[in-house]
Design a protein around this ligand. Structure first.
Ligand code: C2E
Ligand code: CA
Ligand code: CA
Ligand code: CA
Length: 278
């Protein structure tokens, strides 16, 4: 790009340096955040459509940054994956979520919590031991823990992931395929993957009430998943029209802003109490 002239190149180069510096700063801040306990699990309920009961919640990481306030995972999970910090973050989330689920159980509100996994963490090889240790340490019954892995990530190292997840199923832990419909997995792979549920990706739900293609895809996913004995969860439900469509088409659970945004544990408890009170 010589013909662009010196100034243009200089500008481009500065931008590159700035972003490298920003990344380094972010990485340092993230390391400190982990040490100082600035990472917190938020929870978003999943509502069972047939009876209106909340039986599970997804744990979503939030960074309580002293200057910037709440930072969303999209801003630091990719960096955490590149730098290997994702392992520590996943462990913290697993620990927090299990402690919280046990507390809810002791308060008479059995809620299954789902924790998001990254494939880089699954590949580190000690996932089964880690999950076993956390369950033992916290005393949470395994059936109240669910692990979510995205469909696209499942396809990397498929064989070793299937083996690992079979061991997790033997512990009694539930497994969900996240962002389903975006990963192009073959049906035969789906058959061999020991999942309990699939989560239909938000991109299909957004226009499901108006768009024929999205409606057809969503109906097909529900039928196929039910045929394979899997529970179906729809993500990103924001409108009553979406919820009505999903109810009419026998989707099992819905998750989205229409029901509740991801909230801190205390607000989630309040939400539960408000929704179980007669
Ligand atoms: P995801 O697992 O697909 O999580 C769903 C995302 O959709 C969450 O974004 C949630 O806040 C958002 N959401 C929920 N309801 C609605 C809705 O009605 N409308 C819209 N537009 N969005 C909705 P969030 O919390 O920003 O997380 C983004 C992604 O970051 C997650 O996608 C997941 O891939 C990753 N992530 C979050 N927490 C963790 C974690 O603890 N570990 C790992 N490895 N990844 C995480
Ligand atoms: Ca998820
Ligand atoms: Ca998802
Ligand atoms: Ca996603």
């Amino acid at each position: 790009a010589k013909h662009l002239g010196g100034d243009t190149f200089q500008f481009y180069n500065n931008q590159l340096q700035a972003s490298t510096l920003e990344r380094l700063q972010l990485e340092q801040q993230l390391r400190r955040a982990i040490e100082e306990g600035q990472l917190q699990a938020y929870y978003q309920p999943k509502l069972t459509l047939s009876d209106g009961v909340v039986r599970s919640a997804e744990a979503l990481v939030r960074w309580n940054h002293p200057q910037r306030g709440l930072v969303s995972p999209g801003e630091f999970i990719p960096l955490a994956e590149e730098t290997g910090l994702i392992g520590v973050i996943s462990e913290m989330m697993l620990q927090q979520a299990c402690e919280q689920a046990l507390l809810w159980l002791q308060q008479g509100m059995p809620i299954r919590v789902s924790v998001n996994l990254s494939v880089s963490h699954v590949r580190q090889g000690n996932l089964v031991t880690l999950v076993q240790d956390v369950l033992k340490k916290t005393g949470l019954p395994a059936y109240l823990l669910e692990l979510e892995l995205t469909e696209s990530q499942m396809l990397e190292n498929a064989e070793s992931i299937i083996a690992t997840f079979k061991q997790l199923r033997e512990l009694g832990v539930h497994l969900a395929i996240d962002d389903f419909g975006t990963g192009y997995s073959s049906l035969s792979y789906l058959k061999r993957f020991p999942a309990n549920s699939v989560k239909i990706d938000q991109s299909f739900i957004r226009d499901v009430a108006e768009n024929h293609e999205d409606a057809a895809i969503t109906r097909a996913i529900i039928a196929m998943a039910h045929g394979l004995n899997l529970l179906v969860v729809a993500e990103g439900v924001e409108t009553q029209a979406q919820m009505d469509f999903l109810h009419a088409n026998l989707c099992d659970e819905v998750q989205g802003y229409l029901i509740c945004r991801p909230v801190a544990a205390e607000q989630f408890t309040e939400f539960l109490l408000a929704h179980t009170a007669a």
